[in-house]
Design a protein around this ligand. Sequence first.
Ligand SMILES: [Zn+2]
Length: 401
Amino acid sequence: MKLSLFFLSVTLCFQTYGFEIDKRVVARTEEFDAKIVTRRLMDLESVDSYDGKYFKIVYKKNKEAIRFDENDGNIQLKAATTYYHLNKARRYFVEVLNSDFVKSLPKTIIRIDILNKYSELGHFANDNLDPQFNNALSIPTGLGYPERGIKPWNNEIWFRPSKRIHVSELSSSNSEELQMKTIFKRYRNQTHMVSFKNFLSKLLLGDAWSGGDSTVSNVMRLAGTSLFIEGIYRSTGIAMELFKQKYYRLDSALVPEVIYHEYAHVALSDYLAITHSTPVNEGLADYFAGKIANSKELATRIKDYNLFSGKKVRKKQMYRHQFESQDYANADFVFGLLYETEKVIGNKGPVMLYNVRTMIETDSSIRNQLLEGILASCRQYCPIPGLNHIQLLKLFHYRGI
Ligand SMILES: [Zn+2]
């Protein structure tokens, strides 16, 4: 009797407070460099593995969480880094945006180093089918396939292992122009979470990854400084020169902004389908990733180099009809637009922009549905709705929308 009471009280304590542990994770410094530092992981439900109240980190297709005594330092670092930053992202949607949807989400399974493609019917595509590297992916809830023994699953986030790919391997063509087009296409098929500029910056600035702690920092720095590449890639001649003999590689589970971006897709998924990469979906996910990162340094770079309104961008980008197409899902036009919208609205901006998802659909256009959604959301959330409405119309008009 005494014993069972003891267990009962231990269990209750556990549920109320959760378990905590200090681990080494990749995090940003004030200067936006990435360093491996010690951080406290909260809300754990297990005393010996990365199994928490909100996230469970597993290796590849495993069911059990990765253990705290896992020998492979790389897996250990990825598990701790994703666990830490996912909880930070969740807290933002729950505490700052007061999202009832995020509060209601069941525990999310996070897969590290998974190579399989996603299959709507089978959860995991066949092991030998086109293994995936250098990206991350959010997975929608699936019904499963009981006849084949495949159980239903909830939202998941998958992080691929990194692999050094020579640019020439991305293309089979000798023609340089064709090569560029093939690379862009391949990139868009493979990756939807890093903007096109990030991808190019890695090509242009070279392969910064060669093992050891300091190189983690280099790769992060590239991801952070990428916005300025936007200007370069439009003059393709320069980009083409720099394409030669360059490598591409990304360890998505170690980049905080990639982790935030993927979680933002989940937090938007009550209205915007996770499976579709559209300019509006990607722009919103990028915007919230930036908010969660909450970095002065990043904010300055966005302010200076986004094409919509960047102070240091010589020729600002006017709206073009092509921006509606999926090919432009990684262009930062929508991101810049949302960023400028927030500046008009002020503190209420993020809540107002999160509410926009309820007014639009997965395939919404920028020109019609997104703008209407912003204006409708403004009527509910803007501090001075009448004035802010006019300010927003002026802003949209200014960029030719
Ligand atoms: Zn995305």
